[in-house]
Design a protein around this ligand. Structure first.
Ligand SMILES: [Zn+2]
Ligand SMILES: [Zn+2]
Length: 373
């Protein structure tokens, strides 16, 4: 009997999702079939759903989702361990990159797997009618091609805490890694949604003397304070970019932050963040993916000697570091408890509407909506 699984299908901005039963790919030697347990609605899923991302949109009947986790359903011939050669068996909880670095190109060879030009996510570049069919985030199964990276999850980490690791948490932890933080650095995090909360905890755990978090929702800022922030800047209290920049400078002895991390997703926040970073500091742009534009003086980055890093994706080893941080801080920060709403796959549309609504709620510290599978 052919194994089948459910998958949510979308066909472009603002269209309703529907569910299809699809064949599940054969587990060829070297591959791993994952039975997904949960998929989160990420900010970039919402950009695609709204249709406000950069560039032309090709309507395609495809399975969305890239922030998700699962358990090993079956192991292909020759696979008995994870990427760290730890024994792997059916039923084990796993995390894995949602994208596939090719491992044989200019960028991969130079240890920039995140910049691989062939890393495209298979479920986003084909339709659900193409092989391997039931394969995606908002689907029952995801197929890890032969040789793909996979990390066994410590049993003590609950399923509900895992869906957000392979995008939001890995993304900001890798961004911080590229910034090369030193002990005692001051870090400013712009945005206290899912990525911002993880960035806050990662910065605190990397030895920052100060982690300053900027956001417009008090409940989110309060959550940031419970996750390692030492100070917050509330947009309601500091309503102009200049007021916020001044406040960050004041909190850092007039110097500015050593490192800035942008996870807001609005172009103007990048301009503001560049001013929050000290002369010779580092600025990591992660959230600003929707393509809004801004004007910048030609000598701005040079005269302030800013190391300005744009980043999408990560090198896979960071996933293990994420797991270790979650285990290490499980009694220190509420990072295992960031999911506020869960929906079954049949309620995909409601999940997306809720994620959109939650992001605008003043009193809510909700950071992620998860579809359980
Ligand atoms: Zn994402
Ligand atoms: Zn490559």
């Amino acid at each position: 009997m052919v194994l089948k699984g459910r998958a949510a299908i979308g066909q472009g901005p603002r269209s309703e999702f529907w569910i299809e039963e699809l064949p599940v790919p054969e587990v060829v030697p070297g591959s791993v079939l994952v039975k997904n347990t949960g998929a989160a609605v990420c900010g970039s899923d919402l950009h695609g759903w709204r249709g406000d991302q950069d560039g032309p949109v090709t309507p395609r009947k495809r399975i969305p989702g890239h922030e998700f986790t699962g358990r090993v359903h079956s192991l292909g011939k020759g696979v008995s361990t994870d990427s760290l050669r730890r024994p792997l068996k059916e039923g084990d909880k796993v995390v894995f990159p949602f994208f596939f670095p090719c491992m044989r190109c200019y960028h991969c060879l130079r240890d920039q797997l995140y910049a691989c030009q062939y890393r495209f996510r298979s479920n986003l570049t084909r339709t659900f009618e193409d092989y391997p069919y039931c394969d995606g985030g908002f689907a029952d199964y995801f197929w890890l091609k032969p040789g793909h990276f996979v990390f066994k999850v410590p049993e003590e980490l609950p399923d509900k805490a895992l869906a957000t690791i392979n995008c939001s948490m890995a993304q900001v932890m890798f961004g911080l890694h590229l910034a090369q933080p030193k002990q005692g650095d001051t870090v400013v995090v712009q945005g206290a949604g899912g990525l911002g909360i993880y960035a806050t905890a990662c910065a605190a755990e990397a030895g920052a003397s100060q982690v300053i978090v900027v956001d417009g929702q008090k409940a989110r800022l309060d959550l940031a304070l419970r996750c390692g922030a030492t100070a917050t800047v509330d947009l309601n209290e500091y309503p102009t970019p200049q007021a916020r920049v001044d406040r960050v400078r004041e909190l850092t002895g007039g110097i500015g932050a050593d490192i800035g991390i942008e996870v807001v997703g609005i172009a103007a926040s990048t301009l503001e963040g560049l001013d929050m970073v000290r002369m010779g500091g580092t600025y990591v742009d992660i959230g600003n993916i929707s393509g809004g534009s801004f004007q910048l003086a030609g000598n701005k980055v040079i005269s302030r000697q800013t190391r300005w890093i744009g980043l999408q994706h990560y090198n896979p080893w960071i996933l293990e570091s994420c797991l270790q941080l979650l285990v290490r801080t499980k009694d220190k920060y509420p990072l295992l408890d960031l999911v506020s709403h869960t929906f079954p796959l049949e309620k995909m549309n409601q999940a997306f509407e809720t994620a959109e609504w939650v992001g605008k709620q003043k009193g809510s510290a909700a950071t992620r909506v998860v579809v359980t599978l």
